[in-house]
Design a protein around this ligand. Structure first.
Ligand SMILES: [Zn+2]
Length: 699
């Protein structure tokens, strides 16, 4: 955060307070998103609370500066580290002891038999269940109605996630059949493997951080502030136990049957074992079947089947004596990294991929693994030719865990992450605070073009009737639309083509004619829609409108951004940067886009096919200060800097931050700084505060 933060709130000037509220709005919304949506906070709870506190204090002192996007306006947000209320578990949600070897398992059986007064020869029924890799959850039913759902938390205290859990289809709101007055059910919330992959695919499309594994995704999903987001995630649930005693239920097996009768889902892969041989056979069978299961598991849980015996066994510390978790060994293998290649996603993200000497990991041949991003490669110092340990994380995406540095084995040079897109050769950039490099090729990059074209024709952009996402794919496959210009030359080219659109299956003379007419109609487009349709990173509808409102014409916009591109300390850059809702990140994204010559060519070319209408605020040339560039420096005595800026803008002036030859006036208040000196040197007209008022009162 800026240095302003260090100043006491009471000492802030109005201008500083305004700037800081803007920063805080952005920072808090970023941290909220990281915490609640992405489940990967970047700052401590204490640091977050400090930000909120400062924000509240500033707003209290300057109530009129409160922003529309103020953190205090957030509906449903609760100040503090977690927005979920605490739930104290009636019976603690314990953890299980772990077995790591066959011997651990034998010891568990011997110990149990001894404790239960059985001989070694006596058989002891063990319920073996897959250990679902999800999120433990406790459900409370009162009179058969779900009244509360809570996370495990630290075992004693969890979080209330009732609203979100009610969106999970596997969890009935009402129980069926006969049920006790109060019922505590324990189980696991999870995300199926397929659903996990789909969710990540979708997130990639939307430019969102990918979840590392299904468990992570499930945890992130149930901890959403907005249950409608949770509702869209296809979460599932397996019940595995009941805390309270139930009449006529004497075994774990019966309990699972009963849970089903009440309408809850239970995992069908469970099995009763009667000997160590049975148990080991089950373990290896499940381990073998693991890749084929629709959900992730990370081991097997053994429970003594008889509930009376469970009670006799009791607890040790925080774990029951009657159960044991047997985790699968990590699925890792060593191999040689042959090459690092770069994959370009549909949003232009460059992802490094390790091409491996194929290796068998837990029954699956793995030849490729993700390296995540440039930082990851650097952190692990992964180089081509290295011997590496590869792991199948969560059974889904294989990854390189680490390098095994071999003595006397010469290594290649550290990997240089490319700064050019391997698909289209455009330059790839990495934004502040971003892990990923992105291709700036846009429409010119084959990896991104389809998505960019779909955006181009989308409802808020060109919105061409009959030319939606599906048609874009269709014409793309037919090699008829590869760039936005192709849309507007489609009719012309069709006339001269041997294979006419009207003859394609599903098309006819009329539908082709309608399409051409719809395209023709959209040649006339407002400047803000046009800018938005280009899909420039960080340029959404609002930003596009702001730019269009300021530059007015296509011509002026092009000139403005191209001039801004030429130098970051230039007036045009300052102008772009100072527009409402546009900061350095957006301004830089616009510039990076135009740094790619193909983008500039494409847009100029596109401009020749279109009739781009000025939009937004009308420029008023009759105003007193129309087109004048003005700078305020020093402290004004009679009004605040912001009020002065507003007055100037209302009279048609542009107020900027740095002096250049193009500056018309510099208005100097008390204690002016270097700007006044610079203005003097450049021969820019300098006005005192009084002269300024004299000037504007002419209006
Ligand atoms: Zn590219």
């Amino acid at each position: 955060m800026s240095d302003l933060q260090k100043k006491q709130v009471a000492e802030l000037t109005e201008l500083e307070a305004r700037a800081e509220l803007k920063d805080l709005a952005k920072e808090l919304s970023k941290q909220d998103e990281l915490y609640h949506v992405k489940d990967r906070p970047e700052i401590s709870d204490a640091a977050y609370d400090a930000l909120v506190k400062r924000h509240t204090e500033i707003e209290k002192l300057f109530p009129h500066l409160k922003r529309k996007d103020s953190h205090s306006n957030r509906v449903g947000a609760k100040v503090g580290a977690t927005p979920f209320s605490k739930v104290i578990h009636d019976t603690p949600m314990l953890s299980l002891e772990n077995a790591f070897s066959e011997q651990d398992l034998k010891d568990f059986l011997t110990r149990s038999k001894k404790k239960l007064g059985l001989s070694d020869q006596d058989s002891l029924e063990i319920m073996a269940e897959p250990k679902i890799d999800g999120l433990s959850c406790s459900l409370t039913y009162q009179d058969g109605y779900l009244i509360q759902a809570a996370t495990r938390g630290d075992g004693t205290t969890g979080e209330d996630i009732t609203d979100n859990v009610k969106t999970i289809k596997d969890i009935p709101h009402n129980l069926s059949g006969d049920y006790p007055k109060i019922l505590y059910v324990r189980g696991e919330i999870y995300l199926g493997k397929d659903d996990f992959l789909k969710l990540n695919e979708q997130r990639e499309k939307e430019n969102k951080q990918l979840f590392a594994n299904p468990r992570n995704a499930a945890a992130g999903s149930v901890r959403q502030l907005n249950s409608s987001v949770t509702a869209k995630r296809p979460l599932k649930f397996f019940a595995y136990s009941v805390v309270s005693e139930i009449d006529n239920i004497t075994t774990q097996y019966d309990m699972l049957q009963q849970l089903e009768l009440w309408g809850l889902k239970v995992c069908k892969a469970s099995q009763i074992c009667r000997s160590i041989k049975d148990v080991l056979a089950y373990y290896s069978q499940i381990n073998h079947d693991r890749p084929l299961l629709p959900y992730d598991i990370d081991g097997v849980v053994y429970k003594i089947n008889n509930l009376e015996n469970q009670k006799k066994m009791g607890f040790v510390a925080r774990a029951p004596r009657w159960a044991l978790a047997h985790k699968f060994p990590a699925e890792q293998a060593q191999t040689i990294l042959k090459q690092i290649t770069i994959q370009v996603g549909r949003t232009g993200v460059l992802t490094p991929v390790a091409n491996l000497e194929p290796v068998n990991i837990g029954g699956v041949i793995v030849a490729r693994a993700t390296l995540h991003n440039a930082d990851e490669i650097q952190r692990k110092d992964i180089r081509v030719g290295d011997r590496v340990i590869v792991q199948r994380a969560g059974d889904v995406i294989p990854q390189v865990v680490k390098v095994i540095v071999e003595k006397d084995h010469p290594r290649t040079l550290p990997y240089q992450f490319p700064t050019q897109c391997p698909v289209c050769d455009s330059h790839a950039i990495r934004e502040q605070d971003e892990a990923a490099y992105r291709c700036t090729g846009g429409f010119n990059c084959a990896a991104q073009a389809i998505e960019k074209l779909k955006h181009f024709v989308s409802r808020k952009a060109f919105d061409i009737d009959g030319l939606g996402g599906k048609s874009i794919e269709f014409f793309w496959d037919k090699n008829l639309i590869k760039t936005p210009v192709d849309i507007f030359t489609l009719e012309e080219r069709d006339k001269e083509s041997a294979t006419r659109i009207q003859n394609f299956p599903g098309w006819g003379k009329l539908s082709a004619k309608n399409l051409f007419a719809a395209i023709h109609e959209k040649r006339k487009i407002s400047l803000d829609r046009f800018i938005y349709s280009l899909g420039i990173r960080h340029v959404g509808q609002v930003t596009a409108k702001e730019m269009a409102g300021y530059y007015q014409t296509f011509q002026a916009w092009m000139e403005g951004v191209l001039a801004a591109k030429a130098a970051k300390d230039s007036e045009p850059y300052q102008v772009l940067n100072s527009l409402e809702g546009i900061g350095e990140i957006v301004a830089d994204a616009v510039i990076e886009f135009f740094k790619e010559p193909n983008n500039e060519i494409l847009i100029k070319n596109l401009g020749t096919y279109l009739d781009i209408q000025p939009s937004g605020k009308k420029k008023n040339d009759n105003l007193l200060l129309a087109g004048k560039i003005i700078i305020f420096t020093g402290t004004l005595q009679s009004i605040s800097r912001d009020q002065a800026k507003e007055q100037a803008e209302n009279l048609g002036a542009k107020v900027t931050g740095s002096v250049s030859g193009k500056t018309d006036f510099v208005v100097v208040g008390k204690d002016p700084g270097s700007k006044a000196t610079k203005a003097e040197k450049l021969g820019v007209k300098i006005l005192t505060e009084q002269e300024w008022f004299a000037l504007i009162t002419q209006a």
